[in-house]
Ligand binder design. Structure first.
Ligand SMILES: [Zn+2]
Length: 441
């Protein structure tokens, strides 16, 4: 038996020995409904996790993103950072997960916060996206330390707020505080559910804009006396469908975006609101007859590394100007949110380390993908300035945000082995040139 095989065997054994802890940790996390919006129970979640991590020797800090978007006394935005210090100086590997989960929605056949273990799967909201990945990274670190108590450098695990709503009180806030400064953290792995044998190198860009078309109110029985903003937006939507959408679909990227349909530019209309406001569910009266004097849409434009955000914006403005001139109406465009595409080089050290782990566990090279939507990599890279970052974690991407979400226990075990082997490759060798820069930014 080669020396490498023996070491891989020790790592795998150490992960397997923690199977019960992995299951229990995942279940405990899922049973705390950290729903976002509004951002429920982040504090109790972080306190529970702090207690579990203290038991196994982690140094844990809870950090509230005071004043960040969404932070309030009723819904404080708590984040957790845990650290395992090695025996000697070296680099730091950081696993970044989020603890918020999206609303439950309809169609469940299971208790969404029961975290039942059945058919080798743990069921519930947030199992796959991404409390299972968070638990997996903790087990990987603990198993690696058991196999290599003399490791160099340090391992960090963060559990952050609000990834699902942009991450401004979570990863972005931590990045602004210096937690992802390349001087203190050299490798970041984000255990989002992108399949246990794939490495996600980055994501497409995003631009959200709200467009309001203006008309003129009049009596609904004499619509010719008014000017319907709904009709104007109808024309805008027609122009989008017939002119813009075919152009976007024809634009292809070299980024390995999955699913295949997202390897082009895309545009979704996230919302349309026009005319009289919708009444509360209990209201039993009738609406009043009015021509809509305003109609509003929210655009969700996803763009490619090959496109510039300036061109993306100009294209929408040109479309709006064209339709508005043709029909004679005015409009406002409000920019809401933008993210530049992020792509990590395949030769980056963290990619190489995880790829070697995947090859050792599955006997084949990893698949390389990019995400159709963004995740916290944008903040690690864009704000933190750390380019050596990937997403890698267990779970089936398609299950994220769905009813009857689950994570497979064997998938988590396999992924923990990959992560632990990646840690071994980065931290298990003799002292590197970079010294670890301590526990705070
Ligand atoms: Zn997620």
């Amino acid at each position: 038996m080669a020396r490498d095989d023996r070491r891989a065997g020790a790592i795998t054994d150490a992960v397997q020995a923690r199977r019960d802890r992995l299951i229990a940790l995942t279940q405990e996390m899922v049973r705390i409904p950290t729903l976002n919006p509004p951002g429920d129970l982040y504090g109790p979640f972080c306190e529970m996790l702090r207690d579990r991590l203290h038991d196994t020797g982690w140094q844990v800090q809870l950090l509230r993103a005071h004043g960040a978007p969404g932070d309030s006394e009723t819904h404080p935005r708590w984040n957790l950072i845990a650290r395992l210090e090695g025996a000697r100086p070296g680099e730091t590997v950081h696993f970044n997960s989020h603890h918020d989960v999206v609303p439950v929605g309809e169609g469940w056949t299971r208790d969404p916060f029961g975290a039942a273990l059945d058919q080798g799967r743990i069921w519930g909201r947030g199992t796959c996206d991404m409390k299972g990945g968070l638990a997996t990274s903790i087990i990987a670190a603990e198993a690696f330390r058991a196999a290599h108590p003399d490791f160099s450098g340090a391992i960090e695990v963060s559990s952050v707020a609000d990834e699902e709503s942009g991450g401004f009180a979570g990863a972005a806030w931590l990045a602004r505080q210096g937690w992802f400064d390349p001087a203190r953290v050299q490798h970041v792995i984000i255990p989002e559910p992108l399949h246990k044998d794939r490495i996600c190198l980055g994501h497409r860009g995003v631009w959200w804009a709200e467009i309001t078309a203006h008309g003129r109110i009049a009596h609904g029985s004499m619509p010719f006396l008014g000017d319907s903003a709904i009709a104007h937006i109808g024309a805008v939507l027609h122009e989008i469908d017939t002119v813009l959408q075919p152009a976007l679909a024809a634009r292809r990227t070299a980024m390995p975006v999955i699913p295949e349909g997202a390897r082009a530019s895309t545009l979704n209309i996230n919302a349309v609101h026009g005319g009289e406001a919708q009444q509360a569910a209990g209201y039993t009266g009738l609406p009043t007859p009015c021509v809509a004097d305003r109609c509003r849409i929210v655009l969700d434009r996803r763009f490619l590394a090959e496109e510039s955000i300036d061109d993306v914006k100009a294209e929408i403005r040109a479309l709006m100007d064209r339709v508005a001139a043709r029909r004679g109406f005015t409009y406002d465009l409000r920019e809401m949110f933008e993210v530049h595409p992020s792509m990590t080089d395949r030769a980056a050290p963290v990619v190489q380390a995880v790829a070697a782990g995947i090859e050792a566990v599955f006997g084949r090279a990893p698949g390389y993908v990019a995400s159709p939507g963004t995740y916290d990599q944008k903040h690690v890279d864009g704000i933190g300035g750390l380019r050596n970052v990937i997403a890698y974690g267990p779970g089936v991407l398609d299950l994220a945000h769905q009813p009857d979400e689950w994570i497979g226990v064997d998938d988590m075990i396999d992924s923990a082995c990959v992560m632990a082997l990646a840690l071994e490759r980065i931290l298990g060798r003799s002292c590197g040139p970079e010294a670890s820069k301590g526990t705070t930014p």
